[in-house]
Design a binder for this molecule. Structure first.
Ligand SMILES: C[S@@+](CC[C@H](N)C(=O)[O-])C[C@H]1O[C@@H](n2cnc3c(N)ncnc32)[C@H](O)[C@@H]1O
Length: 297
């Protein structure tokens, strides 16, 4: 076993033990078929997002109105829309779309703790056109063409097989329907991209790989969506210590070191996030692109 694997194994055992002491299940899987990512990645995802759920749900960056407005504008919503929010997390997007008065919004996510928060959020607002399911977006439990608008925010970079997820999104999208994706993107320099992806995996082992906007557009087109293009972009401001507190990082010191090195030596260690010191605070921004396309009619 390599040192990194040993560290990860020890971290996972500690985490299971502390969750047991808190009286919570380390993971609470419904009966998923094991698909391409393998059960290990699903476990990691559910463990991470069980720990992250309350912090992510409350974070200012998750609830930013200007960013949500870009998603809503990109979606060109109609009252008759049946919306699917893929990997919906705590239902922030689903609730925002439901508030717009569409016919229905369905959210689906692998992490039961996220779905519990999503239900709570929508119940508190008395939103009645929204419902949630626990499930794996690699195998959506919905009929072909069941939705007229399919959205996915901040999630594809957690998927071991984003092409498969997009194929599922295409399958459940009705002819003439629309797709909108918002995700963290990397720039064209592969070395910077790999450093960012490695740093984000160290912070949150459920991160797989952020792609370039062009890669995302090509994946959307390969799944059968047409007219795919970037329609908006923004930078999501973060403070390193804040995001570390709400991530269940196996090695926060290692993540801090990557950021410190990047700030001190941009040319060799830069992460492409505008990472910088502001007094003693380390700040950076996730670059996010909003992409949209159509389902052929
Ligand atoms: C960063 S959160 C984003 C949540 C939400 N889309 C938002 O923007 O507020 C990523 C979510 O993806 C979910 N996820 C990751 N892999 C998944 C999969 N294979 N199936 C369903 N959900 C998944 C996680 O459980 C987590 O809630």
């Amino acid at each position: 076993m390599t040192a990194a694997r040993r560290r990860r194994y020890r971290w996972a055992s500690r985490r299971r033990r502390s969750l047991r002491l808190l009286g919570r299940q380390p993971y609470d899987f419904p009966q998923f078929a094991v698909t391409t990512g393998g059960m290990d990645h699903r476990r990691t995802t559910v463990e991470q997002f069980t720990a992250q759920a309350p912090g992510f749900s409350a974070a200012a960056s998750s609830n930013q109105l200007a960013a949500m407005r870009m998603l809503i504008d990109a979606a060109k919503m109609r009252a008759a829309d049946r919306v699917l929010d893929v990997a919906c997390g705590p239902g922030i997007v689903a609730a925002a779309f439901a508030r717009e008065g569409v016919t229905s919004v369905t959210g689906i996510d692998l992490t039961p703790a996220m779905i519990a928060l999503a239900k709570q959020r929508c119940a508190e607002e008395d939103l009645r056109n929204v419902s949630f399911d626990v499930g794996d977006v690699e195998q959506l439990p919905y009929a072909d063409g069941a939705f007229t608008l399919v959205v996915c925010r901040y999630a594809l970079h957690h998927m071991p097989d984003p092409q498969r997820v997009l194929a599922e999104m295409r399958r459940v999208c009705a002819p003439g329907g629309r797709v909108v994706i918002a995700d963290v993107v990397v720039g064209a320099d592969p070395a910077v991209a790999e450093r960012f992806n490695a740093a984000d995996r160290a912070r949150d082992p459920s991160h797989v790989r952020a792609m370039t906007a062009q890669e995302l557009i090509e994946l959307m087109a390969a799944a059968g969506f047409t007219g795919c293009a970037r329609v908006a972009s923004y930078r999501l401001a973060q403070e390193l210590e804040q995001i570390l507190r709400r991530s269940a990082s196996p090695n926060p010191a290692g993540v801090r070191m990557r950021f410190e090195r990047a700030i001190d030596d941009q040319a060799t260690h830069g992460l492409g996030l505008g990472e910088r010191r502001d007094g003693t605070t380390v700040r950076f921004e996730f670059p996010v692109n909003v992409l949209a396309g159509q389902c052929p009619g």
